[in-house]
Design a protein around this ligand. Sequence first.
Ligand code: NI
Length: 167
Amino acid sequence: MAILKILQYPDERLHKVAGKVERVNEATRKLVRNMAETMYSAPGVGLAATQVDVHEQIIVVDVSEAHNQLKVFINPEVIASSGEEECEEGCLSVPGIYEKVRRAEKVTVRALDEKGEPFTLEADGFLAVCIQHEIDHLRGKVFVEYLSQLKQTRIRAKLKKRQRETL
Ligand code: NI
């Protein structure tokens, strides 16, 4: 397994739109294992392939405290959603920034698992938030894009400054 490099906002590659995985094979499973290891070591609760500069529709999520409930979604699609809630979010690609985002409270997601088998999952609470946040990444959308232009400008400036300082 390997720890992958996570792209940092405002990297343009975070805005690429991921393509569908045509065939779930050993290479897909290897990427999934590396993404999970990268997420756990960060540590984080979710990671999209987009964030490691692989533009395929794959996300991993684990919101459990013991880090033993990995969920893998390949070609995920929200097929139903309801309610609304606001939750403070962070992102491994936007370190140190936490902001409230309004999203659906419940979602039903259809996807393939790492064996290529289709499944449907109903999620609510924090899991629902994470799934929506990660699916956004696959569409090239970072959570800060839900904020006002002023906030986005400030966040970009802050992160660019920090990236320069750590070079
Ligand atoms: Ni994120």
